[in-house]
Design a binder for this molecule. Structure first.
Ligand code: PMV
Length: 343
């Protein structure tokens, strides 16, 4: 047996190495400006990211694809400072809060002698009660704002790697429209990057149905890990997601709304099925969730082309096209319609 200490590189050190690798010879260079500003849109996955192959680098088991939410997202300004100071939606964010700690640990990846502290002012353009995950747009906006501050001029792939180191789904929020996040194969995550799809679909609409707000019972990170570790149904997930992603790619290329809606809805149900089979079960659905899904099924039975998807929470998102906008508004008067391509 060797008497050398068993050295294990910490998650933070591995993330720093991954950030440095994405930055290349820009790593450690002093900032080009004193301030950087950026916006990143929220995104809704049509084929979900569910399960990590590497917890520390937030590398996914499966590739995923999302649609961005237009002007709904996060606007962030980052300035150089002596120490860190965070403002979220106009109110100071306590550094010792869970969100404050997460932000500080993320900013540690970019700290150096010429950038000892960061003042971050961030605002969500998503209504706070909308029940939409904001970590995706938050970390994508922060990565983009840091790119401006430091003057890195990173390409989309490198930006998506930096955003992913904050939150997995943030990898897809560095661009607008349909964005695929390739799972990649390398252990350092250098090929786990976002690739936007060239297609635009101006008639596509997302309807946000807010059924429950407030903090959720289990965060997505813990729910994911628990599902991978204990759900007997998880084994079927990566292949299900792989097939769904290919069906969605074809649906977007041919503008086949029915195929897009049907596949996105089935993919969300399959993801929740893996959670329900976890031991103990992870169940985000509430009575209101089931009632909304019943209404979607009833509207469809009446001939309205509308489909549903949902993430790690109780709120339902509708998928439909501009031609159905009036009918969807009549059936779901509480839905907020978003045009991802500006209509
Ligand atoms: O927000 P994250 O990176 O912890 O992941 C959430 C994953 C889902 O929202 C459930 C699905 C997805 O692909 O966005």
């Amino acid at each position: 047996m060797s008497d050398r200490p068993n050295i294990r590189i910490s998650g933070a050190a591995r993330r720093r190495a991954a950030a440095d690798a994405a930055l290349g010879d820009r790593a450690g260079k002093p900032p080009a400006r004193t301030e950087g500003k950026a916006f990143a849109p929220a995104n809704i996955a049509l084929c979900k990211y569910w399960g990590k192959r590497d917890e520390e680098l937030r590398l996914p088991m499966n590739s995923s694809v999302s649609i961005s939410l237009g002007a709904l997202g996060t606007r962030t300004r980052v300035r150089l400072g002596d120490g860190d100071r965070y403002v979220l939606n106009g109110s100071p964010l306590a550094p010792e809060s869970a969100e404050g700690r997460r932000l500080r640990e993320y900013l540690d990846l970019f700290r150096g002698p010429a950038a000892p502290g960061f003042e971050v002012d961030t605002e969500n353009t998503i209504p706070t009660a909308a029940g939409l995950a904001s970590s995706a747009s938050a970390f994508a906006a922060l990565a983009k704002a840091l790119d401006v501050l430091f003057g890195w001029g990173l390409d989309l792939g490198a930006l998506s790697i930096l955003a992913r180191l904050g939150s997995g789904s943030a990898a897809r929020s560095v661009a607008a429209g349909f964005v695929e996040w390739r799972a990649g194969e390398r252990s350092d995550g250098s090929d786990s990057v976002a690739i936007p799809w060239p297609e635009r679909w101006p008639q596509l609409r997302i309807g946000l149905l807010v059924l429950a707000s407030g903090p959720k019972s289990v965060g997505s990170r813990d729910a994911m890990r628990h599902t991978v570790e204990t759900s007997p149904l998880y084994a079927a997930w990566p292949e299900t997601a792989r097939q769904d992603l290919e069906t969605l790619r074809g649906a977007v290329r041919t503008r086949d709304f029915e195929a897009l809606g049907r596949t996105a809805e089935a993919n969300a149900m399959a993801m929740h099925a893996t959670m329900l089979a976890a031991r103990p079960a992870v169940r985000y659905w509430r009575a209101e969730t089931v009632a909304a899904l019943d209404r979607v099924a009833a509207a469809r039975a009446e001939g309205l082309p509308v489909y549903a998807t949902l993430d790690a929470g109780p709120n339902v998102k509708l998928l439909f096209e501009a031609a159905s906008e009036m009918a969807v508004a009549a059936a779901f008067p509480e839905a907020r319609a978003v045009a991802p391509f500006g209509g």
